[in-house]
Design a protein around this ligand. Structure first.
Ligand code: HPA
Ligand code: ZN
Length: 335
């Protein structure tokens, strides 16, 4: 199954680039940029990756991101991710970034995007990519609006808007103004919802923000009417099994609702979220879910198809990716 999964053409739609910062690169950049880390060694960092919940992860994740300063740092971060994604069969990636994590440290959004664009161009023959700007929901709504305005000169390089960070107590409604600006500018809209907070956050992400995909959406299952809507409107969920396991959203993967939702007809996808922190890139997420939930090759193929269909690529690229997937499945006698 593992080799089948690695070769399977797929799209990754829920990936925080800051969450791909491996401890080795963290240390290299900390040294170069003379940033102090609260860890003595790479082993120390890995030992600190024991999370009780989303917040305990975010505290460490924001500390790690402090080593990213120059354009070349952001380019290196992106290059390392793209190499790993390509090795995992990712043919298209829509990549989250958190400009506020960097602007708060005095790093300009142009530096961040400039670095990403270099790496994206370098790997463009092997993987198509786009950027999704995420607002940090623990910061005030006006900060999101300011961030959008700071990003305005770079909108040609940005596919969409997202919403991440501490979910409970920071409902989607707070960000209606920033999302309206994005919609008016022609951006695609997604939002994290139903990771730790309940189905009401998913409803609000859809109805108040106009989100076209829901990132996580695990808790949507608590509301049968919501599940019906996800099926009827084929609203994709970008699920992240290893993240859910590590952040105790679903402590035992065998209890994950990904397969139940797939069986119900929800457009479920599998993604890696913050792979440097949760112990696996996207192929590992597919493999762990397949083992824990007993997914067949046909089901795994369907999840890969969902990922391509749920992506925001243009019709021509989408058709190309679907053809590649069909050929792969046919050559492996998967129907
Ligand atoms: N949830 C919320 N915020 C995040 C996440 C997540 O899974 N990863 C990085 N920021
Ligand atoms: Zn996420």
């Amino acid at each position: 199954m593992h080799n089948f999964i690695k070769g399977l053409p797929k799209a990754e739609l829920h990936l925080h680039i800051e969450g791909t910062l491996e401890p080795e690169l963290m240390f290299t950049l900390a040294k170069k940029n003379e940033v102090e880390l609260p860890f003595a060694s790479v082993e120390d960092v890995r030992a600190a990756y024991e999370f009780d919940d989303l917040q305990s992860f975010l505290d460490i994740y924001y500390q790690g991101a402090a080593v990213l300063i120059t354009e070349s740092d952001f380019a290196e971060l992106m290059s390392e991710y793209l190499e790993r994604a390509i090795a995992d069969g990712v043919r298209h990636a829509e990549i989250f970034f958190d400009p506020q994590t960097h602007s708060e440290r005095g790093v300009d959004i142009g530096t961040v995007i400039g670095g990403f664009r270099k790496a994206q161009a370098e790997f463009a023959d092997s993987i198509s990519t786009s950027l999704i700007l995420c607002f940090l929901r623990h910061l005030p709504p006006h900060a999101a609006v300011d961030t959008f305005e700071a990003a305005r000169p770079y909108l040609d390089d940005i596919m969409g808007l997202g919403l991440d960070s501490s979910e409970v107590g920071n409902p989607p409604e707070r960000f209606v103004e920033a999302y309206a600006l994005g919609r008016d500018a022609g951006l695609r809209l997604v939002a994290h919802a139903g990771e730790e907070a309940g189905p009401d956050y998913v409803w609000a992400a859809l109805d108040v923000l106009g989100a076209e995909r829901i990132d996580h959406g695990v808790r949507a299952e608590d509301d049968p009417e919501l599940v019906e809507r996800l099926v009827r409107e084929q609203i994709p969920l970008t699920m992240c099994p290893l993240s859910n396991q590590e952040l105790q959203v679903v402590p035992d993967l065998r209890d994950h609702n990904l397969k139940r939702l797939l069986d119900r007809g929800v457009k479920v996808t599998i993604n890696s979220d913050d792979p440097a922190y949760f112990g696996g890139y996207v192929a590992e997420n597919y493999a762990m879910a397949a083992t824990a939930l007993g997914l067949t090759r046909t089901e795994v193929g369907r999840i890969a198809r969902n990922s391509i269909e749920a992506s925001f690529v243009d019709d021509e690229r989408k058709a190309e990716l679907l053809t590649e997937l069909d050929q792969y499945l046919a050559s492996h006698e998967v129907h």
